[in-house]
Design a binder for this molecule. Structure first.
Ligand code: GCO
Length: 467
């Protein structure tokens, strides 16, 4: 052996994340649970919508999904194997309070108690989302999110959940992506309940802001002082195609109806003036009652960001019905450059950096958490049982680097939740799109770790990325 051979190997350099950084995975109830009619659960708008011919690819429904309701222990064991510190799940409102306003369903509560207790036993921090789009159908029949009462029913449900597991859930998120619930649900109708009305979409957006504030207040009153209350938004990383004033105005319009429609009420207690102006032909906003914006802006402890890809816009026009409440008459969407995922979404990690540093500047003092980020690819288990997904690994690696860059530049990012733990029901795409780092064979419900799952487990174990 020469002196050279004996030299100790330099440890591989690591792009390290801060001590205490949360490494999580995320899922949503309707996308994974299945057991749609079990133990007292009643239909949500997504049960109705997925049964409506032509709404979901292949006629897929969440009836069985990834059968997580029956495979709770196995799925918690998987997460323990990966070493995640946190798990972000959502609670199915129609499971715990069927019909949305009737009596509480003890069996529904029991399921979430088992989940939370199982996570704690596995050393995983539970992060619960109250609303990931599965509105009880009976509430939709009374107007859904276009009906102001829904916001009050939501606050009651928040209080029920705080009473059931409030002492054991570290973080409570009121809503997931209210933009999708309002504008895909009521604007272009691509999501449940499938309505197509700009007025309904704007009303829904306001009632979701109100629901968030009412629920945050109810939670604050019911939870231990150290509990964290949050909201998750899918902020659009919108870029003008050029510096021309018309293109910048197109970006402003999308920013107003895509981002500031939630940011301004929730963090500043006001509606964006330009949004009110832009939508004057749709509504005078008289559905905003005195005090609503003050309610919407009760202080919260962190903001969750879901990010997948950026949008590039120019002056022009797009098809209607759209999720843009009339802005589509002034805006054209341009394909962003770069490789694409199986959703045909461009891979562009700079967009995540842009969103995080914008929030650093606009919301100083508000801790940020990336509550979803990930990608769909055409994954399959090969004959030896391996699922090779190098594109997903590259996607995750580049986006975690963007988070690291934002941290280094002063954004207060506390954690990263990978979307998603399991292949699941991808809304209008049914089971045709696989976002999991764990492959699910939907015929047998067999779970197989993809290469990306092993990659993520290694990143968590070393506290960062290989440099
Ligand atoms: C979301 C969604 C997820 C989707 C994911 C991929 O909050 O948009 O929470 O449910 O599956 O975004 O489209």
């Amino acid at each position: 052996m020469t002196a050279l051979d004996a030299r100790p190997q330099a440890p591989a350099a690591v792009l390290r994340f801060p001590e205490g950084f949360r490494w999580g995975t995320a899922t949503a109830a309707y996308q994974i649970e299945g057991a749609a009619a079990e133990d007292g659960r009643t239909p949500s708008v997504w049960d109705t919508f997925s049964r409506t011919p032509g709404k979901v690819r292949n006629g897929d429904t969440g009836d069985i999904a990834a059968d997580h309701y029956h495979r709770l222990d196995e799925d918690i064991a998987l997460m323990r194997r990966l070493g995640v510190t946190d798990y972000r799940f959502s609670i199915a409102w129609p499971r715990v309070r069927p019909t949305g306003s009737g009596p509480v369903n003890a069996k529904g509560l029991d399921f979430y108690r088992r989940l939370v207790d199982g996570l704690l036993e596995a050393g995983i921090r539970p992060v619960a989302t109250l609303y990931h789009w599965d509105l009880p159908q009976e509430l939709e029949d009374e107007g859904g999110w276009t009906n102001r009462d829904t916001a009050y029913r939501f606050a009651e449900y928040a209080e029920i959940m705080a009473g059931a597991v409030g002492d054991r859930v570290a973080t409570w998120t009121t809503l997931n992506e209210p933009w999708c619930a309002a504008f895909l649900g009521y604007g272009n109708g691509v999501h449940a309940p499938g309505r197509t009305s700009d007025l309904d979409a704007l009303r829904a957006a306001h009632h979701l802001n109100l629901a968030h504030g009412l629920a945050a207040r109810a939670l604050r009153g019911a939870l231990p002082a150290e509990s964290e209350i949050s909201l998750t938004l899918n902020l659009h990383a919108v870029r003008p195609l050029s510096a021309a004033p018309e293109d910048r105005d197109a970006a402003r319009r999308i920013d107003a109806v895509g981002n500031r429609i939630f940011l301004d009420p929730v963090f500043h207690g006001r509606l964006p003036e330009d949004l009110v102006r832009d939508t004057a032909g749709v509504t005078d906003w008289s559905f905003v009652a005195d005090g609503d914006l003050a309610t919407a802006s009760v202080p919260i402890d962190s903001l969750g960001i879901n990010y997948y890809s950026p949008s590039v816009v120019a002056a022009g026009s797009s098809e209607s019905p759209s999720p843009w409440a009339g802005a589509e008459r002034h805006v054209r969407f341009e394909p962003a450059p770069g490789p694409r995922t199986a959703m045909d979404w461009p891979v562009d990690a700079d967009g995540l950096y842009e969103v995080l540093t914008r929030l650093r500047d606009e919301l100083p003092g508000v801790p940020l958490v990336v509550t979803e980020n990930g990608a769909a690819y055409e994954d399959y288990a090969d004959p030896s049982g391996n699922v090779k997904d190098p594109e997903r690994v590259a996607y995750l690696d580049s986006h975690l680097r963007a988070v690291h860059r934002a941290l280094a530049d002063g954004a207060d990012v506390r954690g990263y939740f990978l979307w998603s733990l399991l292949d699941n029901f991808e809304w209008a795409f049914g089971y045709s799109k696989r976002f999991g780092i764990v492959h699910v064979d939907f015929a047998t419900q067999r779970r197989t770790l993809k290469d990306s799952a092993r990659w993520y487990a290694e990143a968590i174990a070393r506290g960062g990325l290989e440099n």
